[in-house]
Design a protein. Structure first.
Length: 159
């Protein structure tokens, strides 16, 4: 029987492997790879844990369903508000912890990414459809236009 030896890689080894991979790519391929990695990172960030969006922290529909079932409330597809920033636009609109956001301006939202997309770039008041307990309500979220830009790549990033 052949015995395998486990090898442990450290950050330096992984960095060298990544540099070797990048060295084999031309400038266009590196640019395409960086763009793809940014898309993946955005997608992963959009679904990870509670996120603060316009003064509120939310959890995914899976967690919302689990919490609602635990207290005997009916299933509702949407994003549950986990926390509200005191004095923020969400609190001013009347949004409370435990509310489930189901739609933005009539467009259903069932992921953090969908909520971000529905809210992005809007300066006008926005209507949020919410389920509070077993009651459906609508709140109006007033906010200023927020420009979101990505910062430059770190100096040591491949170009």
């Amino acid at each position: 029987m052949e015995r395998r030896t486990a090898t442990r890689t450290n950050a330096s080894d992984r960095r060298e492997s990544g540099e070797e991979l990048l060295a084999g790519l031309d400038a266009n391929e590196r640019t395409a790879l960086i763009a793809l990695l940014r898309k993946w990172l955005s997608a992963l960030e959009a679904e990870r844990g509670p996120r603060t969006v316009y003064g509120l922290a939310i959890v995914s529909k899976r967690i919302a369903l689990k919490r609602r079932r635990a207290v005997g409330l009916p299933d509702v597809a949407g994003l549950m508000v986990d926390d509200v920033v005191v004095g923020g636009t969400a609190q001013q609109a009347g949004i409370q912890r435990g509310d489930v956001i189901t739609a933005v301006d009539g467009i259903a939202v069932d992921s953090v990414g969908a909520l971000r997309k529905a809210l992005s770039g809007k300066a006008a008041p926005t209507r949020l459809s919410i389920v509070r307990g077993a009651t459906e309500i609508t709140v109006v979220l007033q906010r200023a236009l927020v420009e979101r830009r990505r910062g430059p790549l770190p100096e040591n990033a491949a170009r």
